[in-house]
Structure formats: structure tokens, C-alpha cells
Design a protein around this ligand. Structure first.
Ligand SMILES: [Zn+2]
Length: 386
């Protein structure tokens, strides 16, 4: 099956190319061609001058479509969350479980395994956010769920399930040896909900901490005599930083300073999305606590932010419009950069030969018109002869 895309703009590694065509064979990108007309395609998609970009990859998705993953760690819930975010261009995601009992973590890992085995579109693995966090930086995580990362928990996190396992932990609540054991088992370790000092983070980074979860939020801040987790994240060249660009979690000027402090390809946009994304939900519960949607913010009764009412397309728009990042860079922050962070860069995240055809079509306002996962469109295209 040869699928051709023509008559649009295409974001490639070189930048936004005008007038090129894209060839997809059996779900994989085969070539980017300068030719305007393609001979021999089974199906041709007329992009009508719009922008084709790599599909968005979201490493932090708690919920969507009225569903919270913690409430229902099942294949059906993962599929519903994926569907809700797909409308906003997300073609790859990690369902994200906030701090919970280990038997719930286990249930969630098994649900992700089954979802991958059954081919639920877009699910790439799981993000286990806690419960190995610092009490003082727990945010809306339930204090009674927090625990230390013992041998049983390491074993559980190392359970193979056919996808990526990412864990957010507070490095000061564990040891470099445990971080090393997780990393050796292929787990992607991200520091977050942490009160660690700059010095405490250095051995953790050496042991394999690969990223920082929602930079600035729920972590020790950059101070005059103590650079904190924020300082460690910005000073460390190799690690990836998750950003929630919703206009509420971090001040735009603070984010702009961070973006100037470190190489651009280490930043990745996340939605931190909750059940309200892609659903007409004004109120929901997290572990019994009521969360309300107020002016596109999610707050608990104490006014604390509880995740984000944000989707990836909005995050890209905000990054361009509020942070002044170029469109190609903002799009890469939502695709190539998270793919690299997840060690999936060889398979997805870019429009290049050999990559899976995970694509998003955007109009001039960066609204999502259509997306493809492995060359399969949503919403489906009307058949057009090649
Ligand atoms: Zn968090």
C-alpha cells in the first residue's frame, strides 16, 4: 500500500519544505520527494497547502475524554484517553498514573501491556509518576500513597510489557544504586516532585536520571546559594525537561529564561492532561478530592493546580505565541524531542525515511485537521484514487 501526500508544507529535519511530496509505504515513511505529482500511489492525500508535521508525543497524560487513568487502569480507559488526545494531534502517549498503591501500579502496567498487544492506537508505554516522591513537593498527590522504592517496587517497574516504562521519582528518596538498577532494566527515570539539592542530584544524574518532570513545578527552585533541582536540570547538558505550557503552571518569562539556558532539543512539551481534555467535564475527582475546571485551570479545594486542562496542539500554539519559539522548534518539542527522550527516536518523532508514519495536519492557526498513526488516518479520509 503506497500512500502519497502532496500539495502541502512538510516539516522535515531541514525545516518546513514547501511543495514536496511524502511517500508512505505500509505505514512507514519511504521518501520525501521534490516531485509534485506521484506516479503509482494507491491513494493520494491532497494537503491543500496545509502543514504536515510529525504527530505529537505526550509523555504525561493522566486522563482525557472524561476518564482518569488512576480511577480505571484498563485497556478501555487507555483507548478512551488516546481517542480524546488524538483530536489534538497526539499520536503517541504514555498513560500516566499518579501516586497510588503498588497493586494499582501493577494493574496499570498490565493494562498497558494488554493495550499494546491489542493495538490500541498511540499507546507507547506507561509513566508511573510516584509514589516514590518527596512529601514536601507532592502537589496534589495523596500523602498517604507515598512510599520508598524498595526491591519489590524495582521488580514491578522492571516488568516487561512491550512498551516504555518511565518513572518519576524524587532522587533524594532513593539511592543511585536503585536508579542504576532501574536504568539497567530499561526504565526511563525522571526526577520530579523532588526537594533534592543540586549536589544531591549529581550522583542521581550520573546513575541514569534522564529527565526532569514538569520543570519548575513541584521541585526545589533555583536560588542564590542553592541551585536546586531547577538549577541541576538547566545545568545538565544531556537531560530532557518536560514543560507544561498552559499559561498557568509557569510564568512565560521564566520559561523563556529556561529555554535560553539549555539546548533546545532537550525540551519537551507535555499536556499533563486530565479527564477534562476532549470532554465536557467541569468537575472530576482525584482520589476522592474534587477538582474543578476554572478558566482553563484545574484546581483542588485549596486552589492548588491539579494537572492541566491542556492538549498538545494548544501547548504548541502557546509555545509559539507566548514564548516566541519558532514553529519548527515548537513542533519538535512535541515530537522529535520526546521521542529521543523515550529512546524511540529511531522509529518515530520525525518525518524522515524509515520512521513510522505518525503525522498531524495543521491549519494556519495550528488547529489539528487530521492525524495518522502508522499511515492510518483519523478521521478517515474519503477515498481518492491515486
Ligand atoms: Zn506531577
Amino acid at each position: 500500500m503506497l500512500l502519497a501526500f502532496r500539495n502541502g508544507k512538510i516539516l522535515t529535519d531541514a525545516g518546513i519544505e514547501n511543495g514536496s511530496s511524502l511517500l508512505v509505504r505500509d505505514g512507514r515513511i519511504e521518501a520525501i520527494s521534490g516531485a509534485r505529482e506521484i506516479v503509482g500511489a494507491d491513494q493520494t492525500v491532497d494537503l491543500d497547502g496545509k502543514l504536515l508535521a510529525p504527530g505529537f508525543i505526550d509523555t504525561q497524560v493522566n486522563g482525557g475524554g472524561g476518564v482518569l487513568f488512576n480511577d480505571d487502569p484498563s485497556v478501555e480507559a487507555i483507548a478512551a484517553i488516546g481517542r480524546a488526545h488524538r483530536r489534538f494531534g497526539t499520536t503517541g502517549f504514555l498513560p500516566t498514573l499518579i501516586s497510588d498503591d503498588l497493586h494499582v501500579v501493577e494493574k496499570a502496567i498490565l493494562a498497558v501491556r494488554d493495550a499494546i498487544a491489542r493495538g490500541v492506537p498511540g499507546v507507547l508505554g506507561i509513566h508511573v509518576e510516584g509514589p516514590f516522591l518527596n512529601h514536601d513537593r507532592r502537589g496534589v498527590h495523596d500523602a498517604s500513597k507515598l512510599r520508598v522504592l524498595d526491591e519489590n517496587a524495582v521488580k514491578l517497574l522492571a516488568t516487561p510489557h512491550g512498551g516504555v516504562t518511565m518513572v518519576t521519582l524524587a532522587p533524594e528518596r532513593t539511592t543511585p544504586d536503585i536508579i542504576r538498577a532501574l536504568t539497567a532494566a530499561g526504565v526511563i527515570v525522571s526526577a520530579g516532585h523532588t526537594n533534592a539539592t543540586f549536589d544531591e542530584l549529581q550522583p542521581a544524574l550520573e546513575a541514569g536520571v534522564r529527565g526532569f518532570t514538569h520543570l519548575f513545578n513541584a521541585m526545589s527552585q533555583l536560588g542564590n546559594r542553592e541551585p536546586g533541582a531547577v538549577g541541576a536540570a538547566l545545568a545538565h547538558d544531556g537531560s530532557w525537561l518536560g514543560l507544561i505550557v498552559d499559561g498557568y503552571h509557569v510564568h512565560a518569562e521564566t520559561l523563556k529564561i529556561a529555554l535560553r539556558a539549555k539546548r533546545r532539543d532537550r525540551f519537551m512539551l507535555v499536556s499533563d492532561g486530565m479527564p477534562s481534555v476532549g470532554a465536557d467535564v467541569r468537575e472530576f475527582r482525584i482520589q476522592g478530592r474534587v477538582i474543578t475546571v476554572a478558566d482553563d485551570r484545574l484546581v483542588d479545594d485549596d486552589g492548588r493546580l491539579a494537572g492541566a486542562h491542556l492538549d498538545m496542539a494548544s501547548a504548541v500554539r502557546n509555545t509559539v505565541n507566548e514564548l516566541g519559539v519558532s514553529l519548527p522548534d515548537a513542533l519538535r518539542m512535541a515530537s522529535a524531542n520526546p521521542a529521543e527522550f523515550l529512546n524511540l527516536g529511531g522509529r518515530m518523532g520525525r518525518i524522515a525515511p524509515g520512521q513510522r508514519a505518525d503525522l498531524v495536519l495543521l491549519d494556519e492557526e495550528l488547529q489539528v485537521l487530521r492525524s495518522w498513526i502508522g499511515g492510518r488516518a483519523d478521521p478517515p479520509e474519503e477515498a481518492e484514487p491515486g
